[in-house]
Write a protein that binds this ligand. Structure first.
Ligand code: HEM
Ligand code: HEM
Length: 465
């Protein structure tokens, strides 16, 4: 039976295009700060120094590229899984405008040096209020559409979407409670070690509920859709979901190992951190077994490669992450470049690969056409893969080297290496990281070209999707 309504594809498209735009801004700034690390003259005072640009990079990519793609793709998925249009299509359009305004203002305020000094929560309080309004608009539409759904069954992606909407709201509000002093300055409501504890409860879960649950929602929806193979086990997906959301919220203090935070809180976080391997790998195994029904898809279907490599990096990262939480490992790698190595395996590997593959699936559907070039998509895949591997591997090596040099002592207890001696040894690795970043960026340019050409030859008005 044909459907008697039209999906709101324009808003989906608007978010995807915006996400790509902010992605370009964030990635260019990523390259810039990676150069600043070995060529300090690239710090152009005061607006474009590392301290300011770094926050524009992280916010631009986590919230501009990441959330932009998440909003658009969530609207796409929710409409299909509930078999109805959005409950408030106009509100979704306002959401799109507000989102772009918020990211633009966020970038400007960070360039100007306005910063709460809380990582991933840098924005000052007036912008926080804007973000809360934006999120409420989003939540009303998502929940309203799900409640009024025409399909009784709730597929696993909807559960991951609900978790994202609820968790980000709670985390963002609690960690941004602050006392405003002026329009552009405020102080965290919590002080000292409590402030650090709340911040990292938020910080780790921002990663969990922006870079994990929404990306899993995409993975579970688009892997079966693009391969035509049903997900291997619905039961496993549900068990993994509930255990993941339960465990995630207790792990933030693994960022504060060996700090004045009470020991028992650190240990509790480490225990939950170890446990997280299980639900994470529940999804990894589910993905492998799904494609296991026909591995030839890795050759014949260009999207399968993105999804399977993406989930592989997620799998590697969710072994590396819990290992990093252990005291014995943390004392070597904490504060070193190992951590950006960990981060970019996930962001450049898992997040951008899965989001890009989802966009490759959506754009031809809503423009009623085929992808412009599978060959270019394959080139995109290899560039992103190679660039990401160079980035992560060089950072792991330099991270271990830094940790070892900082800890080395002479027989009399003095430090064996001065700060400058240690710093100079990082340069070749930092230069290689820039090379990895350039290769990754070229890959993303192929992606953008492919999407642009697909949009150009398609026609949204004729879409039945
Ligand atoms: C061309 C690609 C990229 C380059 C060259 C790049 C470069 C960098 C650099 C130099 C840092 C600072 C590391 C430090 O403080 O020592 C950084 C941090 C960060 N980047 Fe990227 N990045 C890229 C892509 C991405 C992407 C695609 C994302 C997210 C989707 C991302 C998210 C982050 C995050 C979350 C951090 C903070 C890491 C931490 O605090 O440990 N980056 N990046
Ligand atoms: C089981 C899952 C994971 C666990 C247990 C875990 C654990 C950790 C730990 C312990 C750290 C702190 C390292 C340190 O500073 O000493 C860390 C940092 C980080 N992880 Fe993970 N990780 C996991 C998965 C992921 C995933 C999937 C992503 C997505 C990209 C991610 C992104 C990050 C980011 C952005 C940071 C840097 C935070 C900062 O200091 O700014 N992690 N992770």
């Amino acid at each position: 039976m044909g459907k008697d309504y039209q999906y709101d594809n324009q808003t989906v498209n608007g978010f995807i295009v915006s996400s790509i735009f902010w992605g370009v801004v964030g990635i260019v700034i990523g390259l810039w700060i990676s150069i600043q690390m070995w060529a300090p003259s690239w710090n152009i005072a005061p607006y474009f120094t590392f301290g300011r640009l770094r926050a524009v990079h992280t916010n631009g990519l986590a919230f501009g590229l990441g959330l932009g793609a998440i909003f658009g793709i969530f609207y796409y998925i929710v409409m299909r899984l509930t078999k109805r249009p959005l409950l408030f299509p106009k509100l979704a359009r306002y959401h799109l405008y507000l989102f772009n305004a918020a990211i633009a203002l966020a970038a400007i305020s960070l360039f100007a040096g306005m910063n709460q000094s809380l990582e991933y929560a840098e924005l000052e309080w007036p912008l926080d209020l804007g973000v809360v309004i934006l999120w409420v608009i989003f939540a009303v539409n998502i929940f309203g559409t799900i409640i009024k759904r025409k399909e009784e069954q709730m597929y696993i992606s909807l559960w991951y979407i609900i978790a994202t909407v609820v968790a980000v709201a709670v985390l963002y509000i609690v960690n941004n409670l602050s006392i405003p002093v002026t329009l552009t300055k405020s102080y965290h409501l919590f002080a000292g070690v409590n402030s650090a504890n709340v911040q990292w409860w938020y910080g780790h879960n921002a990663v969990g509920f922006v870079f994990t649950t929404p990306i899993l929602a995409m993975f579970y929806y688009f892997l079966p859709k693009s391969t035509g193979i049903p997900i291997y086990s619905h039961r496993l997906s549900i068990i993994s979901f509930w255990s993941l959301v339960f465990a995630y919220l207790w792990t933030g203090a693994h960022h504060l190992v060996y700090t004045p935070l009470p020991d028992w809180i650190q240990t509790l976080a480490i225990v939950f951190t170890m446990f997280l391997i299980a639900p994470s790998w529940g999804s990894v195994v589910n993905g492998y077994y799904t494609v296991g029904a026909d591995w030839s898809k890795m050759r014949t279907n260009y999207l399968t490669k993105f999804f399977i490599l993406g989930i592989t990096f997620y799998g590697l990262q969710t072994i590396q992450g819990p290992t990093q939480g252990l005291r014995i490992v943390s004392q070597l790698i904490h504060y070193t470049d190992w951590v950006p190595g960990h981060v970019h395996m996930g962001t450049m590997g898992w997040v951008t690969m899965t989001a890009a593959a989802s966009i490759y699936y959506i754009i031809p559907k809503i423009y009623n056409t085929q992808i412009y070039s599978e060959k270019i998509a394959n080139i995109h895949f290899w560039f992103v893969l190679v660039g990401q591997l160079i980035f992560s591997v060089t950072m792991w090596i330099t991270g271990i080297q830094q940790g070892a040099l900082w800890k080395a002592t002479n027989p009399d207890g003095s430090l064996a290496y001065s700060f400058m001696e240690g710093l100079a040894k990082n340069y070749p690795y930092w230069q290689l990281r820039t090379l990895g970043g350039i290769i990754f960026t070229v890959g993303m340019l192929f992606f953008i070209y492919n999407i642009y050409m697909t949009i150009k030859r398609g026609n949204m008005a004729s879409s039945k999707a």
